[in-house]
Write a protein that binds this ligand. Structure first.
Ligand SMILES: [Zn+2]
Length: 107
């Protein structure tokens, strides 16, 4: 298993709060620079998006990258899609990620 498993016995279970240092370390250990891109080398879903498991929940790696880079937690981006501005589905370079509200505002 490639997934991050962290004991939750001493923590709030199923609470995706701050991405702590231990998880950040794990995250960056699964990333390799390739030119301008940071390529996720851990688990992937079929379309090539990176996946990381936190407290038993699968989360897209690029969402975690965005949170780490902006020092926020996953709850802060629940209402947002994190869109990639480059062509690589496996890229988690925070500079290539922008948030977009999930619901399109009607003009
Ligand atoms: Zn990229």
């Amino acid at each position: 298993m490639d997934a991050l498993t962290v004991s939750t016995s001493q923590h709030r279970i199923s609470n995706l709060m701050a991405i702590d240092f231990e998880r950040q370390q794990f995250f960056w250990s699964r990333v390799e620079r390739e030119g301008d891109h940071l390529i996720w080398t851990g688990s992937q879903v079929p379309r090539g998006y990176g996946i990381i498991t936190i407290d038993g929940e699968e989360v897209y790696a690029h969402r975690v990258a965005y949170c780490i880079a902006n020092n926020i937690d996953l709850k802060n981006i629940e209402q947002f899609q994190i869109i990639r501005t480059c062509e690589r589905n496996d890229c988690v370079e925070p500079k290539h990620l922008i948030p977009k509200p999930k619901r399109k505002a009607k003009p």
